[in-house]
Ligand binder design. Structure first.
Ligand code: ADP
Ligand code: MG
Length: 239
């Protein structure tokens, strides 16, 4: 589903991603771990071209992603959920969910609304459709953001620390939605510090440090016997 070969990203002279190589199979769940500043967000953002990569290749569902990629096609394939929800503040929950499906997927309002209501139901907030983001708690806003991304029916979902801004109670709710999503077989790349969640849902862990992939391993291996000292040190700090 995703194929990355020698992909690098620079900010000026600074190498944020250093020649990454990995593949993600259709339906696979990848959790990206690593210390702050290791390049996790940059990686997620290059996968949907919020940050274009500078060298190497990125292929999603057989399509080369580069400056010739149709952004509309990419938005249909890849959905993203951010740490800070990034909802449109001037639109209601329902309008947040139907805007892209109508504009980008060319759904009718009726069709898009039916989809949106189904996903809002799935994330447990069917009764919040007419509220504005500011009227919702952080946990509810993140549920909207997840529903909004799902409304585009993407092939790939990207999450960048979706629970990092939430209080402990809201984290439990959002993690349980993520658990459900994991069962539905959508290809997922998720940055998170929720270790129990990672262990539960990840098919493989990508561990990054200083812009490089240090290890790619199944969670059992990563959490019990990481191959590198860097990963062991990271785990010692996290657990
Ligand atoms: P992580 O998500 O793992 O904490 P990031 O991907 O956000 O790390 O950042 C990786 C490195 O790239 C950091 O050193 C950060 O300061 C730098 N960086 C990220 N975005 C930018 C940017 N837009 N301009 C300059 N440097 C950036
Ligand atoms: Mg980050």
């Amino acid at each position: 589903m995703i194929s990355v070969r020698g992909m690098s990203k620079l900010f000026g002279e600074f190498v944020a991603l250093d020649r990454l190589d990995f593949d993600v199979s259709r339906g696979e769940k990848i959790v990206v771990l690593g210390p702050s500043g290791s390049g996790k967000s940059t990686l997620i953002r290059t996968l949907n071209r919020i940050e274009p990569h500078d060298s190497g290749t990125l292929t999603i569902d057989g399509k080369l992603i580069n400056d010739k990629t149709d952004p509309i096609q990419l938005r249909c394939m890849v959905g993203m959920v951010f740490q800070n929800y990034n909802l449109f503040p001037h639109l209601s929950v329902l309008e947040n969910c139907i805007l892209a499906p109508m504009r980008v997927r060319r759904m009718t309002r009726i069709e898009a609304t039916a989809h949106a209501r189904r996903y809002l139901e799935q994330v447990g907030i069917p009764d919040q459709a007419d509220k504005y983001p500011i009227q919702l708690s952080g946990g509810q806003q993140q549920r909207v953001a997840i529903a909004r991304a799902l409304c585009m029916q993407p092939e790939v979902m990207l999450f960048d620390e979706p629970t990092a801004a939430l209080d402990p109670e809201a984290i439990v709710g959002v993690v349980s939605i993520m658990d459900e999503l994991a069962e539905q077989g959508i290809t997922t790349v998720c940055v998170t510090h929720e270790m129990a969640f990672s262990r539960r849902i990840a098919d493989r862990i990508i561990f990054m440090d200083q812009g490089k992939i240090v290890e790619i391993t199944p969670p059992e291996t990563f959490f019990t016997s990481p191959k590198t000292d860097r990963a062991q040190n990271f785990l010692n700090q996290m657990l």
